[in-house]
Design a protein around this ligand. Structure first.
Ligand SMILES: [Ca+2]
Length: 467
């Protein structure tokens, strides 16, 4: 009898969240490695994220599961790879994927275990709507786009309006991301009767690159360093990369050059990164000053990277470093500030990591692996590479020093990051590296789930409008 009571009590305790840490998950849209702590651009100013990186663990070799918004976010929230759920391009929402019908989002998983769920901004691309709506107990803000100017600001003729850029709105207070930051800050200053799982999804530096003037003024337009993008870089790359732009509304590199927009767009991206950094700062200042400073795990990530002309490409969807590499920061109670971790990590690892850090049992199926060992010691080796998939059948395998890309048609690229961080020299086919190639190829997904496409043409078109 006594044993039974203990078992029952333990059961009740394990279902209760009392005493567990809070989670503050900050996602950023289309932020590549242009942050101070990742060093992707020598002039970028991101003091708030740099401070967060210093306060815990920065995963400096972290990569998305899919280099496009919807599918990357679905992968993070489900903890499942695209090769399991079948979403490789914008279109299906979380619940429309047959493989995820019975799968809980990470927010739902924590809610089921006694957490109060708070969310706002762009978390899941399609939002927590319809049957997912009850997952969120408290909404921080409606939508994430914000006001658009009545006329375009800088847009060249013939470009998608989604790609406008410039000084808009006038002040931070009128910008949606900053309003979200302020609402999140308010909630962080409040007491809650149970632990919370707060998801804050900032939309910049996603296009349109519209942010208030002060963020443009942070940079001297004429002395901004442009990324290295030699045309000759393409000479050893298979032609199939060109299909990557099929669905996107991004301009081609030729269009950017022809309209003389390269420098202005780069300026606008840097301004947008600093603006979103300030939004992160508002949230982090409130956390530090509020009642939850000592008991909140913070995880900050971006859904994928972004090209600004490298490999003659703009935006995302490629399997190269600019598209797959993302900031991934984890800090909180019992996480000692320290060195960055250069072992490969995947955004799929967020789910199992948070479950472990909060002392919860993981769901039965997760495709990632907890980063707990690397949070404790950044030098702990990871055997498993980071896998990224873009469109069905194309995969990249990224280890500490190498990247292998294998396309659906069998074409390959191999890069040695120790000596070629720009991925300028494709070593695929070089007999000297055959064994490296084979070792990496052993990690390529087998039996990848076929691509699931939404049937509705209207939905597909709407999905295709997102970048
Ligand atoms: Ca995105």
């Amino acid at each position: 009898m006594k044993e039974l009571v203990i078992v029952l009590l333990l059961g009740i305790w394990s279902l209760s969240a009392a005493g567990r840490p809070n989670v503050l998950m900050i996602s950023i849209d289309d932020l590549n490695d242009w942050t101070g702590f990742l060093g992707g651009h020598p002039q970028v100013k991101t003091p708030h994220m740099d401070a967060l990186a210093k306060s815990g663990r920065s995963f400096a070799n972290a990569h998305c599961a899919v280099p496009v918004c919807t599918c990357s976010r679905i992968s993070v929230m489900s903890g499942l790879a695209p090769t399991t759920h079948g979403s490789y391009e914008i279109g299906p929402s979380f619940r429309s994927l047959p493989a995820l019908r019975e799968v809980a989002t990470i927010q739902q998983y924590f809610k089921n275990r006694g957490y109060h769920t708070i969310a706002g901004g762009k978390v899941l691309h399609h939002g927590f709507r319809r049957e997912l709506a009850p997952v969120i107990d408290r909404k921080l803000i409606e939508g994430y786009f914000g006001k658009r100017p009545s006329q375009t600001v800088s847009l060249p003729d013939g470009w998608s309006r989604a790609w406008d850029w410039g000084e808009y709105p006038k002040s931070d207070g009128d910008a949606k991301d900053m309003q979200l930051a302020q609402n999140a800050a308010k909630a962080l200053r409040e007491n809650h009767d149970k632990p919370f799982f707060m998801s804050v999804g900032f939309f910049r530096p996603h296009v349109p690159l519209l942010v208030p003037p002060k963020w443009f003024e942070l940079y001297d337009r004429d002395s901004i360093k442009l990324p290295r993008a030699p045309k000759s870089d393409m000479d050893d790359i298979p032609m199939n990369f060109q299909r990557i732009n099929d669905y996107a509304l991004a301009p081609t590199h030729e269009e950017v050059l022809k309209s003389n927009s390269r420098r202005s767009l780069t300026h606008a991206y840097l301004a947008s990164v600093s603006f979103v950094d300030a939004c992160v700062g508002v949230v982090m200042e409130a956390l530090k000053a509020g009642p939850h400073a000592e008991n909140t795990i913070v995880v900050l990530w971006s859904d994928h990277g972004f090209h600004l002309g490298e490999k003659q490409h703009w935006a995302k969807r490629t399997l190269w470093e600019e598209s797959t590499r993302v900031p991934l920061l984890i800090s909180g109670p019992n996480i000692k500030p320290g060195q960055a971790c250069f072992e490969p990590a995947s955004l799929l690892d967020i789910y199992p990591t948070l479950v472990e850090l909060c002392g919860l049992e993981p769901p039965s199926k997760l495709d990632g692996v907890s980063l707990g060992p690397q949070i404790r010691d950044p030098k702990t080796k990871r055997k498993r590479p980071a896998i990224t998939s873009s469109y069905f059948g194309n995969h990249s395998v990224r280890t500490r020093h190498w990247r292998l890309i294998v396309y659906a048609d069998g074409a390959e690229e191999l890069y040695h990051h120790e000596v070629d961080p720009d991925e300028f020299h494709n070593l695929a086919g070089d007999a000297e590296y055959r064994s490296v190639r084979d070792e990496l190829a052993a990690w390529l997904p087998k039996n990848a789930a076929p691509e699931f496409k939404v049937k509705s043409e209207r939905l597909r078109r709407r999905g295709g409008k997102g970048q």
